[in-house]
Design a protein around this ligand. Structure first.
Ligand SMILES: [Zn+2]
Length: 66
């Protein structure tokens, strides 16, 4: 169901100079799957990206600042 996915889209903001960060998937937390943290990197030339948690939930990465 597309509308569900849009409404529940996860967006994580990272700081302007962050290249490595750890994210906790909120979908997994809501489902009672514990607190699965995901380590991710995003090189400085990218202002955004997408990743998936170990259980396949999509997480959007947005870089703060410009
Ligand atoms: Zn998840």
């Amino acid at each position: 169901m597309a509308s569900w996915a849009v409404l529940n889209e996860q967006v994580v903001w990272i700081s302007q100079l962050a290249t490595g960060f750890t994210i906790v998937c909120e979908r997994c937390v809501e489902l009672g799957e514990g607190f699965p943290s995901v380590q991710e990197t995003l090189s400085l030339e990218h202002t955004r990206g997408t990743m998936s948690c170990p259980r396949g939930h999509e997480i959007r990465i947005e870089r703060d600042g410009r």
